[in-house]
Design a protein around this ligand. Structure first.
Ligand SMILES: NC(=O)c1ccc[n+]([C@@H]2O[C@H](COP(=O)([O-])OP(=O)(O)OC[C@H]3O[C@@H](n4cnc5c(N)ncnc54)[C@H](OP(=O)(O)O)[C@@H]3O)[C@@H](O)[C@H]2O)c1
Length: 489
């Protein structure tokens, strides 16, 4: 049996959507796989007045589709406790502290605590402040703070939030979740790059023509208009997930793959981001908002619930990001993300240069294609490599073919959820797959320039139909460089 890491999880927002959809199933899988077993307890807090039994029933409900073993679910949920708690009320932290202490003794938790912020970001600072002022921090065990996105809505607010939580927690105690970093294929990128000479040697400006990162969603904003209309795709996806995938692809090889060295490498990478001036934004970034689909069976973004009918919020972003460093100077990294695109897909397409001399005089040079290496992150997982060769037969004619590797359905079944991996990392005190403040501050500064420019000027929205790959301007962005999007569904 694995060595159990004893811990008390205090989940602020224990009655909310994130807790039920992601956190409880993730904790359950940790339990099922013996990462946590006997020495753990969970306190769920929120304002509503629930009993422990009622809370446990909601936890069981959230696990229904994952497990039919009622006894196991029953045992697991018996470790859950509920405390009605308004995060603004100091008195409630005193009650919370007493409950935490008694559970610490009951389950032998060695004073280890994970404070999980599954609440609105506006409350993060308040909770962190009270954890300090009401002395919830223990003397002997670990005290770790887990923070969900969004971490601020621009550099200034992110810094304010960071200053607030830093009053109570050191950087090493803070785990800022970017769940894309918990995904199997995203974690795989550095291993693929650094453990394969065949990639390691060509992963630079001498061989790479351009890189394309696509985070496409087929769904629209659905019921999340209240949050989304104040955020938009640039803040919701580009500042965090896209930038972190970009870092996995481009950071210099760390001396060792430890949290400290990886973050140092990412910090240096982001310091080399080629910042845009306000005048350069339109040439390098494109925004879009979805309208109805061709058959008019889907509503436009602006018609969705809790959305301003004249909203200027973008549901699509495409951009060209460049680095000013020796490895990637001059290589465009095209990124795009959007809602209501033809299919859900997260992938990276790396297009290699074609500057080879064709020595086969009988072959038509124009038929020789660029090598393209694709990393398929979801919903499938795998790799594709597009290569040049010859057709079968006597003609000695060119052909392109693709080498594919796809994880099987059986393997995909075993892939742990992003939250599960991240929870294990938190228990192990491993920061590698969490976002460091240095990275956040650089990426916010980069994004702020684009946001400010867009906020100054109105766009003629909607400018792409639901079910298409975004506005035409996103194709023009690449065409200006003589490139085109590889992935077209
Ligand atoms: N849901 C997701 O898939 C998702 C994904 C990524 C990030 N996030 C982030 O995760 C956080 C939670 O999101 P969510 O979707 O779970 O939100 P949610 O469903 O609205 O849940 C919010 C929780 O906070 C509690 N709460 C609200 N005000 C409170 C107060 N003053 N004192 C104590 N508790 C309070 C609510 O319960 P009461 O009303 O009973 O107090 C509820 O349990 C947010 O920061 C969000 O941005 C969510």
């Amino acid at each position: 049996m694995k060595q159990e890491n004893p811990a008390l999880f205090i989940i602020f927002g224990g009655s909310g959507d994130l807790a039920h959809r992601k956190l409880y199933p993730a904790l359950f899988n940790l339990y099922r796989n013996n990462y946590i077993n006997k020495k753990f307890a969970v306190i769920g807090t929120a304002r509503r007045d629930w009993s422990d039994d009622f809370f446990r029933d909601t936890v069981k409900e959230s696990l229904k589709k994952f497990c039919e073993d009622e006894k196991m679910v029953q045992e697991f949920s018996s470790h859950f406790y509920y405390q009605s708690h308004d995060v603004n009320d100091s008195q409630h932290y005193i009650t919370l502290k007493k409950l935490a202490q008694s559970l610490n003794d009951k389950y032998e938790l060695e004073e280890n605590r994970v404070y999980y912020m599954a609440i609105a970001p506006s409350l993060f600072g308040t909770v962190a402040g009270h954890i300090k002022s009401e002395n919830l921090i223990t003397d002997n065990g670990f005290n770790r703070l887990v923070i969900e996105k969004p971490f601020g809505h621009d550099f200034k607010s992110a810094k304010k939030l960071n200053d607030e939580i830093s009053q109570t927690f050191d950087e090493e105690q803070i785990y800022r979740i970017d769940h894309y970093l918990g995904k199997e294929m995203v974690q795989n990128i550095p291993v693929l790059r650094f453990n394969n000479p065949v990639f390691n040697t060509i992963w630079n400006k001498d061989y790479i023509s351009n890189v394309q990162i696509t985070l496409a969603e087929s769904l629209g904003v659905e019921e999340r208009g209240g949050y989304y209309d104040g955020a938009g795709a640039l803040r919701d996806m580009v500042q965090n997930h896209v930038m972190q995938i970009l870092a996995q692809l481009t950071m210099e090889k760390p001396e060792e793959f430890t949290s400290q060295k990886v973050h140092q490498s990412k910090k240096e990478l982001f310091a080399s981001l080629k910042m845009l001036s306000s005048d350069e934004v339109d040439k390098n970034f494109v925004r879009g908002q979805y309208g109805v689909n061709l058959n008019q069976t889907q509503i436009s973004y602006r018609e969705g619930p809790n959305i301003n009918p004249e909203s200027q919020t973008e549901t699509y972003v495409a951009g060209k990001i460049m680095f000013d460093n020796d490895t990637f100077r001059g290589v465009p990294f095209y990124v795009r993300t959007g809602k209501r695109l033809p299919e859900k897909s997260t992938r990276i397409d790396i297009v290699f240069k074609k500057d080879i001399k064709n020595i086969f005089t009988s072959l038509n040079e124009s038929e020789i294609k660029e090598n393209i290496f694709s990393i398929i992150i979801e919903p499938d997982q795998g790799y594709e490599l597009l290569m040049n060769g010859t057709k079968v037969g006597m003609d000695f004619a060119t052909d392109t073919f693709s080498m594919n590797f796809k994880r099987s359905a059986k393997e995909l079944d075993k892939v742990p959820e992003a939250y599960e991996r991240l929870m294990v990392n938190i228990l192990d005190g491993d920061h590698t797959n969490f976002t460091h403040w240095d990275e956040l501050s650089s990426t916010w500064k980069y994004i702020d320039v684009i946001r400010q420019k867009w906020d100054e000027e109105k766009e003629d929205f909607p400018n792409y139909r639901s079910g298409t790959f975004g506005p035409k301007k996103a194709d023009d962005l690449l065409a200006r460089d003589g490139n085109q999007w590889v992935f077209r569904g």
